[in-house]
Design a protein around this ligand. Sequence first.
Ligand SMILES: [Ca+2]
Ligand SMILES: [Ca+2]
Ligand SMILES: [Ca+2]
Length: 144
Amino acid sequence: MKLILLSLVVIAASAIDIPEQFTGEQSYRVSGIFMCGDVPASKVQVKLVDDDFGPNPDDEMDQTYTDDEGRFVLSGRENELTTIDPHLKVYHDCNDGLIPCQRRWKFELPNHYITKGPHPTKTLDIGVWNLEAKMPDESHDCLH
Ligand SMILES: [Ca+2]
Ligand SMILES: [Ca+2]
Ligand SMILES: [Ca+2]
């Protein structure tokens, strides 16, 4: 009886395709290109973070600036008891003229690119984004 139950659970789990859960050291790599209109958005600050909730500030996993062609690659790791919540944050001045501080974009990144351990074996390529677009939940951010 126990065996039957167990195999039923296994079948159910594979049918629903429960996402892999992680614990301990996890790593992530993401790349992409930002444009401002038809001009590459260079020197745009980008951060890979593990989103944490409540008063717990997000953990920075890596940060860099886009190159002359608007390209970036971020690669980092984080220790967490449960699966990390990878996010990409972008701070830019595209179409922001004289308004102080930077427009902040935030992307939620899919969990199935998480690698167990310190060295990411997969890369999420988010492709080319035109920063002129307006994100529904974007904000202005001065401290980053
Ligand atoms: Ca987290
Ligand atoms: Ca964390
Ligand atoms: Ca600005």
